[in-house]
Design a protein around this ligand. Structure first.
Ligand code: PLP
Length: 409
């Protein structure tokens, strides 16, 4: 390269952004696959990649309306879909929901970015859980904000401590992110905890950003409590979509429901309306499945109940961790992941990233290092619960073998 041919510079703040779920390890996995290796990839919560299909009645809804899917829709989403969502969230007890406050997006991912973009000025702070789903940190940074992490510590069952959360509030804090049921930990927050977190948001005038994309993926009778009804008049956005509960992540359909006093949220609603218009509309085909998803039969509970595919895989993981001298697991009560830690002799000098690479190279298994989820410790890793139980037993046999080799070192 001559001195006049400079490399194309990228946005500086990108150097702060990490998304290792699809990062360096994933690229290495692709290279190994291209060279003919057969891998078990547990890094992405992608139901379709593990043989799940979207429910038949959702597929039929799109096929039925395929002739209507060519034009752009209303920028906020199809009116009938938003009506169905507004009515479903009103039934759950969310106050002040109307169709003008329902935003349909290309997955929850787009809406996370949009809701932060409409909120933040440079230097504003967002309280983000640690561990987090790393898009929350990335979107905060890329919208000129600063994530400030509150601990959901393993020693506290991965539950946040509202006193610690409140201590982190500054004059710049604008919002608090809750992920419930949680990715990566599987924690499901009890009502009393949510009430205390909402009280913090009220005291400091913080927008509640509540990621409930796993709201119906629950095990062992875990009781999910939506936050919006607890927040009442207080500004709150609830996120969910078709990707997980309805196993249709490739359709790219999510929604954000703005609740709380109309007066207090009018400007913010209008800002979201503007940003929705700028991206024209969400994928139209997928939007035709929303009404069917919201009003149709429950297809997820049976998968999470004894005998169900997700339940049995989760059981296999819980049993494998209990039987291993190298692993400790706080049982996930919801969502699609387990987040075990390495203990005992294998934990000496353990580095989660190095281990993930070693596991990939020697055992053909791809996991996500725990530190990818913005935690200060390096002894955890995440696997998705989507494979069948038998395959998961094989995975944990390989993980145990790799950890035994380390323990003997
Ligand atoms: N939020 C959480 C907690 C997630 O785990 C995911 C995906 O894994 C998303 C949001 C994004 O989902 P999507 O964009 O497919 O709706």
């Amino acid at each position: 390269m001559s001195s006049t041919e400079k490399t194309l510079a990228v946005r500086e703040r990108l150097s702060e952004v990490r998304y290792e779920i699809r990062g360096e390890l994933n690229r290495r996995a692709h290279a190994l696959e291209a060279a003919g290796r057969e891998l078990i990839k547990l890094n992405i919560g992608n139901p379709g990649a593990f043989g799940f299909r979207a429910p038949e009645h959702l597929q039929q809804a799109i096929i039925r309306d395929i002739d209507s899917t060519d034009p752009y829709t209303h920028q906020l989403g199809l009116p009938a879909a938003r009506e169905a969502l507004a009515s479903a969230y009103r039934k759950r007890g969310a106050p002040h929901v109307d169709t003008d406050r329902v935003f349909v997006g290309n997955g929850v991912s787009e809406l996370i970015d949009m809701t932060l973009r409409a909120l933040l000025n440079p230097g504003d702070e967002v309280l983000v859980p640690s561990p987090d789903y790393p898009l929350w940190s990335a979107a905060t940074i890329l919208n000129d904000g600063r994530p400030v992490y509150y601990r959901c510590a393993p020693e506290n069952g991965f539950m946040p401590d509202p006193v610690e959360v409140e201590a982190l509030v500054s004059a710049r804090t604008r919002a608090i992110v809750l992920i419930n049921p949680n990715n990566p930990t599987g924690a499901v927050y009890p009502r009393e905890l949510l009430e205390r977190l909402v009280a913090v948001a009220r005291r400091h005038n913080l927008l509640l950003l509540v990621d409930e994309i796993y709201d119906q993926v629950l095990y062992d009778g875990a009781a999910f409590e939506p936050t919006a009804p607890i927040a009442g008049d207080h500004p709150c956005i609830t996120f969910s979509g078709l990707s997980k509960v309805h196993r249709a992540c490739g359709w790219r359909v999510g929604w954000a429901i703005l609740t709380g006093s109309h007066e207090r949220t009018a400007d913010y609603r209008n800002a979201l309306d503007l940003l929705s218009g700028l991206r024209l509309c969400a994928n139209v085909g997928g939007q035709y499945a929303i009404e069917a998803a919201v009003n149709g039969p429950d297809t997820i509970s049976a998968l999470c109940a004894p005998g169900g595919r997700l339940y049995e895989t989760r059981r296999a993981v819980v049993e494998a961790c209990a039987a291993s001298e190298h692993l400790h697991l706080i049982e996930p009560k919801g969502a699609l992941y387990a987040f075990p830690s390495v203990v005992g002799a294998a934990a000496r000098g353990f580095d989660d990233h190095q281990f993930a690479l070693e596991l990939l190279e020697t055992e053909d298994v791809l996991i996500v290092p725990g530190s990818s989820f913005n935690v200060p410790y390096r002894d955890h890793f995440r696997v998705t619960l989507l494979p069948e139980a038998g395959l998961m037993r094989e995975v944990f046999a390989r993980i145990d073998r790799a950890l035994s080799r380390r323990a003997e070192m």
